[in-house]
Design a protein around this ligand. Structure first.
Ligand code: 13P
Length: 271
């Protein structure tokens, strides 16, 4: 799925090199940027990321700017993602956006289960599961977000929470579905707070997620699965995170709103 032949001479040797997992950096713009602002940022990114190879890049502008972004991205290797979608194709669901519409806009990916959706919009493991299924059924790839709150970490239940989210979100899925899925581990306490998880804190959860996938699906699927870290990722901390064996990329919020900082994150190998 994500074949990659080149080297990563700037990173220390690690298992991930032999697994062929292509690093994946995605920018979640959240509720930021008008159409005009989106076009300006996309143009800048197209310029600054033109030469990028061996890192997959995606951006997730708001729904209203997806179509314009897709037009502007034509001919570029930057992928486009939606920040959510609804599971029905069409009908009386005021305010919702279907997978068909997301595909038509030119998206290759959908972010699903972001903690802000869970926290503010009543998203549950069950609705996350339905959304992921719908996205995959319509040929979209999915960035499936999981992560514990500060309270849950302090109570020592962070692994249990992530386990429940994975079991619930991926309920009734076969191995095939996992081939088009990326998991993003985003500890809620690290999102927008400037408090990044240390590379070691992130790595132990990523390893746990991979082991869980190995158990639920297969060793092959687990080895191929890309797991992104998200939560206050910046050009200054990306390298340390990417050096971890089980961290295959990042889902970037605030720092993805600026072409310079996002490009520097994408170019982590050059640091
Ligand atoms: P920040 O990078 O702003 O902490 O946001 C992370 C995030 O929620 C990405 O989905």
């Amino acid at each position: 799925m994500v074949g990659r032949s080149g080297d990563r001479e700037n990173l220390k040797t690690k298992e991930v090199d032999f697994m062929g997992r292509l690093p994946f950096i995605a920018g979640n713009w959240k509720m930021n940027k008008t159409v005009e602002e989106t076009l300006a940022l996309v143009r800048e990114l197209k310029g600054s990321l033109k030469e990028i190879k061996e890192v997959e890049v995606a951006i997730a502008p708001p729904f209203t700017a997806l179509h314009a972004a897709a037009q502007e991205l034509k001919g570029s290797s930057i992928h486009l993602a939606s920040q959510n979608l609804f599971w029905e194709e069409k009908g009386a669901f005021t305010g919702e956006i279907s997978p068909v519409m997301i595909k038509e806009c030119g998206c290759q990916y959908a972010i699903i289960g972001h903690s802000e959706r869970r926290q503010h919009f009543g998203e549950t493991d069950e609705t996350v599961n339905r959304r992921i299924k719908a996205a995959l059924n319509h040929g979209l790839k999915v960035i499936f977000c999981v992560g514990e709150t500060l309270q849950e970490r302090e109570q020592g239940v962070n692994f249990l929470v992530v386990e429940r989210q994975i079991e619930g979100g991926l309920k009734d899925f076969g191995e095939l579905a996992l081939q088009n899925l990326v998991i993003a581990y985003e500890p809620v306490w690290a999102i927008g707070t400037g408090k990044t998880a240390t590379p070691q804190q992130a790595e132990e959860v990523h390893l746990f997620i991979r082991q869980k996938i190995r158990f639920l699906f297969s060793p092959k699927i687990a080895d191929e699965l890309r797991i992104q870290y998200g939560g206050s990722v910046t050009p200054d901390n990306i390298k340390g995170l990417m050096e971890q064996e089980n961290i295959d990329g990042a889902l970037v919020g605030g720092a993805s709103l600026n072409a310079d900082s996002f490009s520097r994150i994408v170019r982590f190998k050059e640091m």
